[in-house]
Design a protein around this ligand. Structure first.
Ligand SMILES: Cc1ncc(COP(=O)(O)O)c(C=O)c1O
Length: 398
């Protein structure tokens, strides 16, 4: 009886997704901190700053009344405010009825994939790319199809590459992301339009991850909402609005999918945390504070672009947006996991190995997140430089 109960408790096959390795780096860094070491955190992609004061004040005030479930698609005033942001940011008129509030963009992906795809569908995802795209799709029984990108296309999936994969075996969907995680690269407006048009002509559903919008430095990020109504956009309050822990995001979806997504969210979550929705709506009024934070990222980016080449890290993808630098470390190692582990243990700098984002070529890359304090950026470069020098000297002496 006991044996049988044990057998029943085996994890399901669908749960056998790879770990999100950056969280393992976080745990290793925390262990070192518990031993009294000072660690510079460049691993997790999250703002050092908290939510803007406007959001905190609204949340405090809301705590004095009961917090109840809200409408499944989100509080109407928040949906309207998000729609208005598309007018302010992009000059677009988006019907609030197409806005769905979600528990972070992470929950948005689950809803989008469930609403648009069936088990067995093949979905193109960029490599390097955000690992949960692949892992969520796999857990839901869909098949992620990695499309390797390169410098020639500014590290983005092109219409041509998409169709090449579609000809091998039909695709049902494609995920595009600009600015991208881990690379920080962006798609030009015409590159985004090209991939959307190619996909739609071939009957492939587009999901555009726009979670790093607002954090664009090289040129203005384009929204897929300008190109078509017949695609899904996933966005979040986590990055520009500095609200990772509030777990709140949104989607812009085609009218035909609104009811399907509503039914799914009714069953999966009932509604999104009420306090976070209230705070998110007020966060739109924290623009001055948020723009200051953004300027801090720009300064950090500049520090790294100037200082890293000085210590030998001079090869990275274009740092167009978000707060990442995807650095080629192949001169030093062909095992980015071991490289990151030693950098953490020996120099106290936590970075993410590229294999999280690109299982094969990622062994030559690490991702640095520059959302931290400016002083930390300079100290990180010093530490990395000293460590690389010592390591080299050690190797030469061996
Ligand atoms: C590209 C990308 N998409 C989605 C997410 C998920 O963010 P959240 O669930 O906090 O909105 C992240 C988080 O780092 C990300 O980098």
């Amino acid at each position: 009886m006991l044996e049988r109960a044990k057998q029943l408790l085996q994890p399901s096959a669908r749960s056998a997704v790879p770990p999100f390795m950056v969280m393992d780096v976080v745990a290793a860094a925390a262990r070192l901190e518990a031993q009294g070491r000072r660690i510079i955190h460049m691993e997790v992609g999250q703002p050092a700053a908290g939510a803007p004061a406007t959001a905190i004040t609204a949340a405090r005030a809301a705590l004095s009344s009961p917090l109840r479930y809200t409408e499944t698609l989100g509080v109407p005033s928040l949906r309207a405010r998000i729609a208005r942001a598309y007018a302010e940011w992009h000059g677009l008129d988006i019907d609030p009825a197409r806005i769905v509030v979600t528990t972070g963009s992470s929950a948005g992906f689950v809803l989008a994939f469930l609403a648009a795809f069936d088990a067995g569908d093949r979905i193109a995802v960029p490599l390097p790319g955000y690992p949960p795209y692949r892992h969520i799709l796999a857990a839901l029984g869909a098949q992620p199809v990695g499309v390797e990108t390169d410098a020639a296309t500014r590290w983005a999936i092109t219409g041509e590459a998409l169709l090449a994969h579609h000809r091998v075996k039909p695709l049902k969907g494609v995920i595009v992301a600009s600015p991208s995680n881990p690379s920080g690269t962006m798609m030009t407006a015409s590159a985004l339009a090209d991939v959307v048009h190619c996909a739609q002509d071939a009957g492939i559903v587009v999901i555009s991850d726009e979670i790093y919008h607002g954090l664009d430095y090289a040129f203005a990020a384009e929204t897929a909402a300008r190109i078509s109504d017949d695609l899904l956009i996933v966005n979040s309050f986590s990055k520009y609005f500095c609200m990772t822990g509030w777990r709140i995001g949104w989607m812009v979806v085609p009218p035909i999918l609104v009811r399907a997504i509503e039914r799914l969210q009714q069953n999966l979550a009932i509604s999104v945390p009420t306090l976070s929705q209230i705070a998110a709506e007020a966060a739109f009024d924290g623009r001055v504070e948020l723009e200051n934070v953004r300027r801090g990222y720009q300064e950090n980016r500049q520090i790294l672009l100037e200082e890293l080449p000085r210590v030998g890290l001079d090869s990275y993808l274009p740092a167009d947006g978000a707060f990442y630098l995807y650095v080629d470390v192949s001169r030093f190692s062909d095992d980015s996991f071991a490289f990151a582990k030693r950098l953490l243990e020996e120099a106290g700098v936590a970075v993410t190995p590229g294999i999280d984002f690109d299982p094969s070529r990622g062994r030559n890359f690490v991702r640095l997140c520059y959302a931290g304090a400016g002083g930390d950026m300079r100290e990180a470069v010093e530490r990395i430089g000293n460590w690389l020098r010592k390591d080299r000297a050690g190797q030469d002496g061996r």
